[in-house]
Design a protein around this ligand. Structure first.
Ligand SMILES: Cc1cc2nc3c(=O)[nH]c(=O)nc-3n(C[C@H](O)[C@H](O)[C@H](O)COP(=O)(O)OP(=O)(O)OC[C@H]3O[C@@H](n4cnc5c(N)ncnc54)[C@H](O)[C@@H]3O)c2cc1C
Length: 195
């Protein structure tokens, strides 16, 4: 799975602090250090609404439809996903779950090849893409763009990065967290995705 940052609010932590300071008219107290302290305090108090002033957008490739179904349940995020109705997906791979042995994976790959052959056959026989896709496995790779504000990213990372979550969506949460931490270490520094 590849997760690429397409856009992030410039100087997100300075913006969050700048917005938060309006409530107490404390803009004159702003400095990089004071802003970091303020953002940390706001998060520890649970005053996370100010995190909504910053956002980040990612391009995700090589995620399975199974994981994408989970990600798109997050209603406060925005999405565009590659359409299997309009795009021929004959070149899309199958995501390999780490629990598969080589022998199991070989069988899955064979099944995938057979499904793709049938997909092509159905298309050649005039079946529309939106119907031919029904024979494709849920592990088929997809591409999507996902955008959310920082409050929602914290929520997604906490839920999807937890040990209770499924391995592929956890991997996504881990990759997103790594990128967000680089750009906003104060906002995302307290989160972690283990394992
Ligand atoms: C480990 C795990 C297992 C899961 N298993 C299943 C399963 O078996 N079956 C299944 O169907 N789903 C399952 N889910 C998905 C889960 O039920 C949620 O749909 C998904 O995690 C999105 O969470 P959310 O609603 O908190 O987040 P978002 O949709 O991202 O919303 C963020 C927050 O905004 C607020 N919010 C959003 N919309 C509303 C609203 N309409 N009204 C009030 N508040 C709102 C809530 O506070 C919410 O937490 C699972 C999720 C996890 C992490």
């Amino acid at each position: 799975m590849r997760v690429k940052l397409l856009h992030i609010t410039p100087e997100p932590e300075a913006l969050i602090a700048r917005c938060a300071r309006v409530s107490h008219r404390s803009e004159e107290r702003s400095s990089p250090d004071a802003d970091r302290k303020l953002v940390r305090k706001l998060i520890s108090w649970g005053h996370e609404s100010v995190l909504e002033f910053a956002s980040a957008t990612f391009l995700v490739e090589g995620m399975s439809r199974a994981a994408a179904n989970q990600l798109t349940r997050h209603r406060l995020a925005s999405f565009v996903q590659e359409s299997q109705r309009f795009v021929n997906v004959r070149d899309r791979g199958l995501v390999r779950p780490p629990s598969f042995t080589d022998a199991q994976w070989e069988k899955a790959a064979t099944l995938h090849r057979t499904a793709l052959e049938l997909y092509e056959e159905l298309l050649e026989e005039g079946v529309p893409k939106e119907d031919a896709r029904y024979v494709l496995p849920i592990g088929t790779e997809t591409r999507l763009v996902v955008s959310a504000n920082f409050r929602e990213w914290r929520h997604i990372i906490r839920l999807r990065g937890s040990p209770a979550a499924q391995w592929e969506i956890r991997l996504f949460a881990k990759k997103v967290l790594e990128i967000l931490r680089e750009h906003a270490p104060t906002v995302f520094g307290d989160l972690e995705v283990t394992g």
